[in-house]
Structure formats: C-alpha cells, structure tokens
Ligand binder design. Structure first.
Ligand SMILES: NC(=O)c1ccc[n+]([C@@H]2O[C@H](COP(=O)([O-])OP(=O)(O)OC[C@H]3O[C@@H](n4cnc5c(N)ncnc54)[C@H](OP(=O)(O)O)[C@@H]3O)[C@@H](O)[C@H]2O)c1
Length: 280
C-alpha cells in the first residue's frame, strides 16, 4: 500500500486523513509541532486495525499493526520545512501519498501594522506547501506514481481577508501542479472544505458564538470523517478539485457564478458577524 505523509496529522482534518489512510493499509508519517500529541496520535494509529497488515522496519517504532513515524517540525521555520522535504524526497523510504494539510486561521486584520501572523501564515500555508509539494512531486514523478492532496478551502472563493487570499493561492497552485504533472502518473488534488468541526476555530481564539456556529447554519458544518472519505474517493477518480458534499458543490458553484460584488457583500456580512461575536 505504501506510505502516506500528513502535515498537521495530529488534529482535525489531518488526523482523519492519517486514520483513514492507515485503515487502508498505508504506513504513516505524521508531521506537527507538538511532540506529545504526535506520540499520542502515533499510538492511536498503531493500536488500530488496518486493511493491508504488512509492516516495514524503518528507523521508526513499529508494531505488527502499522508503522508510524513522527517528525516534529514547525512549518513556519524554513529549516524544519527542509527536513520534512528531505523526508519526502528520501528514495529509500518513498512517500506514495502526501497530504499537504497543516494550517491555521488568520485572524489579523489587513489594516493591522503588526504583520507577524500574516508572515507565519505565508510560511506555513504558502511557502511550506510549495517547498513540500515540490519535493513530493519530484520524487513521485521519478517513480511514475503518487498522490498529492493540498488542503485549500471554499473560503478561497470568498473575500475574508488574508486567509481567503492564501487558500485561493493553494487552489490555483494545485491546479498548476496538476498541469505540470500531467502524464507523469502523479496526481495533485486541491481539497476545498467548507466549515469543518476541528480545533481550527477554537485555536483562532473564536468566541463562544463561533465555537458553536458563528452565524454559520448548522447544516453547513461537516465532520472530518465524511470530508476525508469523499476526498479520498475524488483522488481515486483523479479529480483535480475535491469539494466534498453536494451542499458545498452547490455553494461553490454559486460563489463562482454570482457577481463579484455579491460575493464581497456576503463576505462583509460574515466578517461583521465575526467581529461582533469577538467583541461580545
Ligand atoms: N476546519 C475548517 O473549517 C477548515 C476549513 C477549510 C480548510 N481548512 C484547512 O484544513 C487544514 C487543517 O485544519 P484543521 O481544521 O484540521 O485544523 P486543526 O484541527 O487546528 O489542526 C491543525 C494541524 O496543523 C498542525 N499545525 C499547525 N501549525 C503548524 C505549523 N506551524 N507547523 C506544523 N504543523 C502545524 C497542528 O499541530 P501542532 O499545533 O502540533 O503543530 C494540527 O495538527 C488547514 O490548512 C486549514 O486551513 C480547515
């Protein structure tokens, strides 16, 4: 079945990719910053059953169930990102699936003079995505096979500040990577989740209003399990864009066809709700 490397594999969407890919028989490499959580996730994956059952002895701990390797790395740090890129390029322990997922919500406003959070967002969700995507794609192309999933967002079709701009970049980047890899046996897919129940929203310091729904209707909240299951199915169909669930496919279609001014007005309303919730 091969090995899957998942950035941000300790929580939310990344953790679910790790679970579902491990259950299909893949060995897993988890990347994140928090060592304790990486170890806990690795233990969880090793204790679960999986489809393939085969194991490979690597420099990592392994059991008869799953081989799980952990890489402690802060993808805001170029040196750490290079270490993960080297792991992706390692010809002795090839990576067959790469889930380019780590990320966070950017709350800083565009008019704030302190751009530290924007800088970190560019490093983790643009620079690292590009560097790691290049390392994975080159190694996979040499072997003539591989799957890359870049986690973008439906938010990239809105105009909700720098986060939307970054996620729009991830989608365009993925489509371009897919073009570059055409005919090589390697696929690149942009996953465009809507609102998903993960730690993402709490980590962004969301207020009690946002933790629950934040003005977002209940039916728009997705569980990571469904999102990842539908994405893996799309990847197997060689889809370049994956928009799990019909409700979000419709929403994406609407956002694409509505006048730009309407999309901006909708975005303004969501932003206003967020700032009102934050100040309460
Ligand atoms: N949840 C949503 O509604 C939603 C919607 C659309 C798109 N997304 C995207 O989905 C992706 C995953 O988000 P999620 O919702 O699963 O969030 P989450 O539950 O907060 O998980 C984020 C993961 O990324 C890791 N991470 C964060 N910063 C990192 C860094 N600097 N270096 C290495 N790892 C880092 C975290 O681990 P450590 O903290 O230990 O590093 C964690 O494993 C993100 O790209 C996000 O933008 C989320």
């Amino acid at each position: 079945m091969g090995t899957a490397l998942v950035t941000g594999g300790t929580s939310g969407i990344g953790a679910e990719f790790a679970r579902q890919l491990a259950a299909r028989g893949h060995d897993i490499v988890l990347v994140a910053r928090d060592t304790g959580r990486l170890e806990a996730m690795a233990a969880e994956l090793r204790s679960r059953g999986r489809a393939g059952g085969a194991t490979t002895a690597t420099a990592t701990e392994s059991t008869t169930k799953a081989t799980v390797e952990i890489l402690v790395a802060d993808l805001a740090d170029p040196g750490d990102t290079d270490r993960v890129a080297a792991r992706l390029a390692d010809p002795l322990h090839p990576i067959d699936w790469f889930i380019n997922n780590a990320g966070f919500r950017v709350s800083s406003r565009l008019t704030t003079p302190d751009i530290a959070e924007h800088d970190r967002a560019f490093a983790v969700m643009v620079r690292a995505v590009l560097v790691l995507g290049a390392a994975a794609a080159a190694a996979m192309r040499d072997r003539g096979a591989g799957r890359i999933v870049n986690v973008a967002s439906i938010n990239g079709q809105l105009t909700l500040s720098n986060y939307s701009a970054i996620k729009a970049w991830v989608r365009v980047y993925s489509e371009s990577l897919s073009n570059e890899l055409s005919g090589s046996g390697v696929t690149a897919t942009a996953l465009m989740p809507g609102w998903v129940r993960t730690e993402f929203h709490q980590r962004a310091g969301a207020t009690k209003g946002e933790k629950g729904r934040g003005g977002i209707p209940n039916f728009l909240w997705l569980e990571p399990e469904l999102l990842v299951r539908e994405c893996l199915r799309d990847v197997e169909k060689n889809r370049v864009i994956s928009i799990p669930t019909i409700r979000y496919q419709l929403l994406s279609w609407l956002l694409k066809h509505l006048p730009d001014s309407t999309v901006r007005a909708v975005s303004r309303r969501i932003s206003l709700r967020r700032s009102t919730a934050a100040s309460n």
